[in-house]
Ligand binder design. Structure first.
Ligand code: SER
Length: 314
């Protein structure tokens, strides 16, 4: 039976991962933690600043956790605005979570990202094992995190596992300060205004995935037979790769008058330009059966429907 402690449980991934894990393993077996108080009361919740190693250890012990999923982090654009804070939070939090996993003998998950690649990485069908020389603080954090997670596995036997997520599209909690966030904002604006001004330039391809597929990937990887895992930290996963015109065309199938214009943000564009156009997820497919249900048009249909329901309730 799993007893899971999640950090960053109120973030874009954490807010949905908590519900997913509670539906799979039982609400009482998932302890959600975040630096902010929660307004929901659908299971155990504790305040936790991930830079507080002592409290993290105490919570894991008291909850009798057997798994830690470390989701708390600053995303790429936010990290670029404040690299020192990003280092302290992203690396400090990660080391603390790995140490808790080592001391309490917990299974460990943390997400890496397409941000772990850089301008010298092959841009098309980026392989699982390739050059990783990112030029952003977020990317530096993610590569260091992958290496550190591998280290804890080899050196201490901690069962560390991870994926390199692409941009994640979701409607429950907005992402905070990423580069791929335009692919979330565009759906909100399509419904509210029928138009969107993209800060990412026409022709810029990035990998993306719809949140339900991302959550299933986490569950599947954590349940995977360890003897089959050649790689651990971290697997390339992706569902689609598109540029702004293609997501606009997909939206126009539902909102024919939807219009897209551009006002490119140089910082986020530079980050996007340093990332792959499309990554190869074959290692994840072979080693633990990674699969997705949503392509671009299926995602668009679901996003627009769910956001319409959300705005009608608001
Ligand atoms: N979605 C993230 C970002 O844009 C990438 O991991 O920062």
């Amino acid at each position: 039976m799993k007893r899971i402690l999640i950090t960053g449980a109120l973030g874009q991934i954490g807010s949905e991962l908590t519900g997913k894990l509670r539906s799979v393993y039982g609400a009482e077996n998932v302890l959600a933690t975040d630096i902010r108080p929660s307004e929901e009361a659908d299971g155990p919740f504790e305040i936790l600043d991930v830079t507080d190693a002592k409290r993290m250890g105490e919570l894991a012990k008291e909850f009798k956790a057997d798994t830690i999923m470390h989701m708390a982090a600053l995303l790429s654009a936010k990290a670029e605005e404040n690299p020192q804070l990003a280092w302290n939070l992203n690396m400090g939090g990660l080391v603390n979570a790995l140490e808790v996993a080592r001391e309490e003998k917990l299974q460990f998950f943390t997400p890496s990202s397409i941000g772990a690649f850089g301008p010298s990485t092959p841009k098309q069908d980026t392989p699982q094992d390739t050059l990783q020389r990112p030029t952003t603080m977020y990317g530096v954090n993610k590569v260091a995190g992958e290496l550190l997670s591998d280290y804890y596995f080899h050196r201490f036997g901690v069962d560390t596992r991870g994926v390199r997520f692409p941009g994640l599209v979701s409607y429950v909690t907005p992402p905070g300060g990423g580069t791929t966030d335009y692919a979330v904002d565009i759906y909100y604006q399509a419904i509210e205004k029928g138009m969107y001004t993209s800060y990412i330039a026409e022709g810029t391809y990035m990998d993306m995935m719809y949140m339900p597929d991302a959550l299933q990937a986490i569950v599947d990887l954590m349940e995977a037979d360890p003897s089959k895992l050649v790689h651990r930290n971290a697997f390339n996963v992706t569902a689609m790769s598109f540029e702004p015109e293609e997501i606009a065309a997909s939206i126009r199938r539902h909102i024919p008058d939807f219009s897209l214009s551009y006002d490119v943000d140089p910082m986020r564009q530079a980050i996007a330009d340093s990332w792959p156009d499309s990554i190869d997820a074959s290692a994840a497919k072979e080693e633990w059966g990674f699969r997705v249900k949503f392509g671009l048009d299926e995602m668009t249909a679901d996003m627009l429907e769910k956001l319409k329901q959300k705005t009608a309730r608001a």
